[in-house]
Write a protein that binds this ligand. Structure first.
Ligand code: GLU
Length: 374
């Protein structure tokens, strides 16, 4: 598939917008007409039945403009600028998206939120709920609490983690260049543009680190873009690096504008299931009955009513083995903690809320979180 076809076939798209695009160079305020053009593009994607999540930088730059702070401000001043600028940033998104009757939601994440299982599950559930409500999540790093050692580092990486969290199949990095070149195109007339990357080989990474290193302003140069693409790729998500220096960049990409596509070998769900099956040490087990076994084989979720016995100390989101007559038949992520599971096993889904005291997932393991042993 070409870049334009990938965009047309995507189901869930994360669009990363950098500060240099969001903030107007002259006024130091938001680049409203550009954002309105992008809102138009987002509306078009959504009309084609694709869900869209935005990852937007610009808080520090907008806050700095408002407060009249220098570029080399201290870290705490930068964090203060982000706190001021984040609300200006959301006002800008609010007005841009409102032009097409869309509602933004401010989602602030820190690295912990995508690395700690419980917070990760919560963040994922919130994003799903927002998308279901037809809202456009606008994600940024929570700069108030994110000091250097606990930061994502840059919003390219944050966008890749967001794509992974939301199981997106396409990450679009709007950049100030239209992709990766074999050399710096401004200096080398022989520099060739690379349309498509199937594997992030050392040669490709060297191109990004060498001649292209200066090709992009902002925190994330080409190296961090490829690092983001690597994270996305391992989550089954393709990455498109396109120029944001045009009024309707996503529309332009859909019409075949020059871009670099980094493909992913698997789908997000396949990658997610491979991660469940391969990288987690099960913290417990659920013994299920024959009826449940049949339902699982038919691709259904594991209901609490089919669970006979549990073992181990696990939390919600931990991996647990599924056993039938003492034989492991699969592994999945527990939708409830061991303590809760002990209370709800054998009970019907409708009874769970009253027992655990909140409206939860209602199943023991959701089918998307379950991998059966072949
Ligand atoms: N979170 C920062 C901001 O909103 C941007 C970080 C980045 O773009 O890499 O200003």
């Amino acid at each position: 598939m070409t870049a334009a076809e990938t965009l047309r076939h995507a189901r869930r798209v994360v669009v990363k917008v950098g500060s240099s695009l969001v903030v107007d160079d002259q006024s130091k305020g938001p680049a409203l007409s550009w954002l309105t053009g992008l809102a138009e593009d987002i509306a078009l994607l959504r009309a084609g039945n694709r869900s869209v999540i935005v990852v937007s930088s610009g808080a520090v730059a907008l806050g700095r403009g408002r407060l009249g702070l220098e570029r080399n401000a201290r870290l705490d001043e930068k964090q203060a600028a982000a706190a001021v600028g984040q609300s200006l940033l959301m006002q800008a998104w609010e007005s841009a998206l409102a032009s097409r009757d869309m509602t933004p939601a401010q989602v602030l994440l820190t690295r912990d939120d995508t690395e700690r299982r419980r917070r990760w599950l919560n963040a994922r559930a919130t994003l799903e709920a927002l998308l279901k409500l037809g809202v456009v999540p606008v994600v940024n790093e929570n700069d108030t609490v994110a000091t250097e050692e606990i930061r994502y580092g840059d919003n390219d990486r944050l966008a890749a983690r967001t794509a992974q969290l939301a199981r997106a199949d396409l990450l679009i990095l709007l950049s100030d260049v239209d992709g990766l070149y074999t050399a710096d195109p401004r200096r080398d007339p022989d520099a060739r543009h690379i349309d498509r990357i199937e594997a992030l080989t050392p040669e490709i990474l060297a191109m990004a680190g060498g001649a292209n290193a200066q090709a992009s302003v902002g925190t994330g140069g080409m190296t961090t873009k490829l690092e983001a693409a690597r994270i996305a790729r391992s989550a089954g998500c393709a990455t498109l690096i396109v120029s944001g220096l045009v009024p309707r960049p996503l529309f332009a990409a859909s019409q075949g504008a020059r871009a670099t596509l980094i493909t992913a070998p698997a789908s997000p769900l396949q990658a997610y299931k491979a991660w469940i099956a391969g990288s987690l040490e099960p913290a417990g087990l659920l013994e299920v009955d024959a009826g449940a076994a049949e339902a699982l084989a038919g691709g259904r979720s594991l209901l609490a009513s089919g669970v006979r016995r549990i073992e181990g100390r696990f939390d919600r989101g931990d991996s647990v083995r599924v056993l039938i007559d003492g034989t492991a038949v699969g592994v999945g992520l527990a939708a409830y903690s061991a303590d809760e599971m002990a209370l709800i096993l054998g009970r019907h889904s409708g009874e769970i809320e009253a027992i655990v005291g909140y409206k939860g997932p209602g199943v023991a393991i959701h089918r998307d979180d379950l991998v059966l042993t072949p």
